[in-house]
Design a protein around this ligand. Sequence first.
Ligand code: FAD
Ligand code: ZN
Length: 468
Amino acid sequence: MSAAFLAQCRATIGDAQVLTGDDMARFLTDWRGRFTGRALAVLRPADTAEVAALARHCAQHRVPVVPQGGNTGLVLGSVPDASGEAVVLSLARLNRIRNVDPVNDTLTAEAGCLLQQVQQAAADAGRLFPLSLASEGSCTIGGNLSTNAGGTAVLRYGNMRELTLGLEVVTAQGEVWNGLRGLRKDNTGYDLRDLFIGAEGTLGIITAAVLKLFALPAARATALFALGSPRDALALLTVARQRCDASLTGFELFSDVCLQLVAKHFSTLRSPFAGRHPHYVLLEISDAESAAHAAALLESVAGVALERGLVRDAAIAASLSQSTALWALREHISMAQAAEGKNIKHDIALPISRIADFVEQTDAELQRRFVGCRMVIFGHLGDGNLHYNVSAPAGADDDEFLRRQPEVNLVVHDSVHRFGGSISAEHGLGALKRDEIKRYKSGTELDMMMAIKRALDPLNLMNPGKVL
Ligand code: FAD
Ligand code: ZN
């Protein structure tokens, strides 16, 4: 059976685009190297018609499909399971920018376009595509859509769902839905677009999207503030919002533990402050008017914050290179953490007003249960999204600590739930949190999700074992 299926695939996209054996290796292991699955083949179609034909072959032969973009996902959504029954469907060759419309302020890109490629195409047209992630040189628009990606500019521009006007999708049956409408208003029934965004490939295969563009800012101003606590950071956020409104584009929090890790593993990156402080906020303003206007806004925020005793020190970037250096501190946290060793990660969202209480109570509970554990906390505070990571106590064995991950997760996720939060803010559920989510969503919500899944993918071939 699989021989007949593979022959059909080869006839459709050419022998060279059906990978088997060792050629599949880089498609089977997740980005963090935690899991390697098996697959029948990796299929590399070139366009929407080829994706649709392959989906029909898969439906006919009951072969599960794992859509894959840049394979940078962090929840084991883009790699196949160990059964070897599925195919990986790589969208990488669907990488054309189909259209840029500066008057409608939209760009139509195929799913395999790299995020960076889309940012560049927008810039070439004198416009901004604002989604920005540390993985932007490797991740794809299809993956960004399927995980409803966030990043560092959500505060101002929203996440991927809010940046998308239309989609083209190949259904589980191999039909093509052309929903590439560049409309900002369209009240004609159920919003199918929003169903596929964030579905992690479990409902169909996204092949193209109409994305929103924005004005390029005239100037940016960046500052790093040193603070005593997340509570002070929240008070600073309120001040910054009042002063800057829509000009506030970044508000990132990280703890001193994060800064120390960055300094340890990247010797060229250093703190702009002489002393150490418990927490830091990286704040960015994008201004439509001028550099002077941006600088005046930032200085007014810093002035109020110092006056009210919210911040202990402030470093305001005086040049683009100083701004880049401040951002580098934030952007190297993940890598510094990886270099330091393994830890237990949580990608959580909370109502912004409850973050300080959450951190205080959850830190204390973890310290009671796992004495000496180190909190590596950073994230997009302006979006209520924290990467709330827990490392083994200094000198302790990482692997031994990791064996206690289910207990740590229970403490953190139960606390998130009590505070009205979400256990996945921007990375999705994938295979990693699929069982965990059942503890926190109601039966009614899970039943509705299941009903949608069954209706669109009755044979359960679209990325089975992920999300639900
Ligand atoms: P993949 O990893 O290939 O796939 C992700 C999921 O989408 C899988 O379930 C896959 O099956 C599905 N999928 C992919 N393409 C399609 C398609 N065309 N149709 C249907 N389903 C599809 N994420 C954030 O949100 N914010 C961040 O700030 C952020 N920072 C990151 C930093 C680093 C260093 C890394 C490695 C990752 C980061 N991520 C972040 C996670 C990841 O980069 C994003 O989730 C990204 O959007 C995934 O894109 P991808 O093309 O690599 O998708
Ligand atoms: Zn993030």
